[in-house]
Write a protein that binds this ligand. Structure first.
Ligand SMILES: *Cc1c(COP(=O)(O)O)cnc(C)c1O
Length: 466
C-alpha cells in the first residue's frame, strides 16, 4: 500500500517510511492512497474473531509490504496480550441501544495504549532490521506521555525522552511515567508550561543536528498514521458485536486532535456500516464549531476537567478536509496556509452539507460533565465515567440518533485518572486497579531541567553518550 501526502507535494511512501517520518516533507499528513474494502460476506467472517485475530485482519493490508504473516501475528498478539480484560475492548450497556466501549484496560488506563503498544513494537521491528537507533522526543500534559513510555519501555532500538511541565501534571499521571525504570526511558520535568515543552519538541525536530548522524528522531504524536490504523480495529470490533454488517451502528467519540474519530471515518470507508459519527468536544470546541457553523477557527485555550481534549487546533482534521476537497492536495495546501495566516477557514456550503450526512457534533461544559457522571452513576448502579467519556455520553444523548440504531460511546480513559470530576459529582473517588495499587509507593526517576533548548540537547547527548 502506498501513502500520499494531504498537500500533494511530498513523495508517496510505503508504511515503514510513513511510520518513521511522521509529518510529510510538504507539511502535510500521510494517508493511504486507497483503502481495502470489505463485503458483507467478509465482515460476517470477521465477526467471529477475537480482538487480536480481528486486529491482524484489519491491519494486514496496511502493513503488507513491511511484515509477513507470522511476524504480523506475533506482534499483534504480543500487543493485545498486555491488556487486562479478556475482551480487550469490552462493551458495557448503559441504556436501550446505548453502549460504552471500554478502551481503558491497557497499561496506562487510556485508549492511547491501543495504538502506542502496537507502534512501539512496529518501530522496534523496523529499526532492528535497519540496524538503526531512534530517539523519541515528546511533550505531554498527561496521557500521551505515559502511553508512549509504556509502548517503548521494552524496545531495544528506541530511547524515549518525555517532557512534562514540572509540578503541572497530576500525581497519578506523573507516577505512571516516572515509575517506569527501564534504561531507555528518560523523564524530564521542564520548569515551564506544557506549551514550553511543546516548543522544545518542535524546535528539536526543526534542527536535529544535536543527534549527529547516529540517531533518527521519531514522532509518536497522533499524526502518525500507524496510530490511526490501530484504532480502526475497535470500530469494527464494536460494530460487528452489535449486529453489523446487517445493522448500522453509530459512534460518539470524545475528541481533541480528531485522531480517534478519524479512525472511525476510515472504518466507514472500508465498508463498515457506520450511520453517524458524533464529534464530542469540551469547551475547546473548534471541531464543534466547524460541524455546527462551518467555521474552523482558532480560539483561546481554556483548561477543563477533561484536559486530554484541551486543544486549540485539531492536527488530524486536515486528513478529513483532504477528502472533503476531493483529495486535491494543491487546494488543501492553500487552505491550510490560509488557516495558518488568519486562524480561520470555512468550506464550500455544499461540501459542508455533505460532510454532515455522516458527522454530527456537540459540546459539553464542565457542568455538563459533572451532571452526566452523576446521572449515569445513579441510573447504572454506580457505574463511573471519566470526564472525557462523559462528554461522549452527553453528545450521544443530545444528537438525535434514532433509537433503533445502536450507539457506542468510546470510553477513552479509566475514571481513576481524573478524580476531580468524580469528586465534584459527589461520588467516591475510584480506586486504582489492583495491579497498579502500589503506584504511590513505587520509586520514581526523573530529572528537572530549565526551559532551555541547549540544556535539553546537552542532557540528551550525555544520556546517550553521543
Ligand atoms: C487523547 C485523548 C482524547 C482525544 O483523542 P484524539 O485522538 O486527540 O481526538 C480523549 N480522551 C482521552 C482520555 C485522551 O487521552
Amino acid at each position: 500500500m502506498k501513502y500520499i501526502s494531504t498537500r500533494g507535494q511530498a513523495p508517496a511512501l510505503g508504511f515503514e517510511d510513513v511510520m518513521l517520518t511522521g509529518l510529510a516533507s510538504d507539511g502535510g499528513l500521510y494517508i493511504p492512497e486507497s483503502l481495502p474494502q470489505y463485503s458483507a460476506e467478509e465482515m460476517k467472517k470477521l465477526a467471529e474473531l477475537d480482538y487480536p485475530s480481528l486486529a491482524v485482519e484489519i491491519v494486514r493490508p496496511f502493513v503488507s509490504d513491511f511484515l509477513n504473516e507470522a511476524k504480523l501475528q506475533q506482534i499483534v498478539g504480543d500487543t493485545y496480550k498486555v491488556f487486562r480484560h479478556k475482551a480487550v475492548a469490552p462493551l458495557t450497556q448503559l441504556g436501550t441501544n446505548e453502549w460504552v466501549m471500554e478502551l481503558f484496560h491497557g497499561p496506562t488506563l487510556a485508549f492511547k495504549d491501543f495504538a502506542l503498544q502496537l507502534l512501539g513494537r512496529l518501530l522496534d521491528e523496523s529499526l532492528g532490521r535497519r540496524n538503526e537507533k531512534a530517539v523519541i522526543l515528546g511533550a505531554t500534559s498527561g496521557d500521551t506521555g505515559s502511553a508512549a513510555i509504556e509502548g517503548c519501555r521494552a524496545c531495544e532500538h528506541v530511547d524515549i525522552f518525555i517532557m512534562h511541565p514540572h509540578n503541572r501534571v497530576s500525581e497519578v499521571q506523573r507516577r505512571q511515567m516516572t515509575t517506569v525504570l527501564a534504561d531507555n526511558v528518560h523523564n524530564i520535568a521542564i520548569e515551564g508550561t506544557f506549551d514550553d515543552c511543546q516548543a522544545l519538541v518542535k524546535a528539536s525536530f526543526a534542527d536535529q543536528s544535536f543527534l549527529g548522524e547516529k540517531r533518527r528522531l521519531v514522532a509518536v504524536n497522533s499524526i502518525n498514521w500507524a496510530r490511526i490504523m490501530a484504532q480502526v480495529v475497535y470500530y469494527f470490533y464494536a460494530a460487528l458485536s452489535l449486529g453489523a454488517p446487517e445493522k448500522e451502528v453509530s459512534f460518539s467519540v470524545p475528541t481533541g486532535n480528531f485522531g480517534d474519530i478519524f479512525a472511525g471515518y476510515i472504518a466507514k470507508k472500508m465498508g463498515l456500516p457506520v450511520k453517524k459519527l458524533i464529534v464530542a468536544t469540551n469547551c475547546n470546541d473548534i471541531l464543534h464549531r466547524f460541524f455546527a457553523d462551518n467555521s474552523y477557527s482558532k480560539e483561546q485555550l481554556a483548561p477543563t476537567l477533561s484536559p486530554s481534549m484541551d486543544i486549540m487546533v485539531s492536527s488530524n482534521f486536515e486528513r478529513l478536509l483532504f477528502d472533503v476537497q476531493d483529495r486535491n492536495g494543491e487546494q488543501l495546501k492553500l487552505m491550510m496556509e490560509a488557516f495558518d495566516k488568519t486562524g480561520s477557514i470555512s468550506i464550500d456550503n455544499n461540501r459542508w452539507q455533505a460532510v454532515k450526512v455522516l458527522f454530527d457534533s456537540d459540546r459539553s461544559s464542565d457542568e455538563d460533565v459533572v451532571s452526566t457522571i452523576k446521572q449515569v452513576s445513579d441510573d447504572c448502579s454506580g457505574y463511573l465515567l471519566d470526564p472525557h467519556t462523559a462528554i461522549g455520553v452527553k453528545a450521544a444523548r443530545t444528537c438525535s440518533v434514532d433509537v433503533a440504531t445502536p450507539i457506542v460511546i468510546l470510553a477513552t480513559a479509566h475514571p481513576v485518572k481524573f478524580p476531580e470530576a468524580i469528586v465534584r459529582a459527589g461520588l467516591r473517588e475510584p480506586e486504582l486497579p489492583v495491579w497498579l495499587s502500589d503506584l504511590h509507593e513505587r520509586p520514581e526517576k526523573y530529572d528537572v531541567l530549565k526551559d532551555d533548548m541547549k540544556g535539553l540537547h546537552g542532557y540528551i547527548q550525555s544520556t546517550l553518550n553521543l
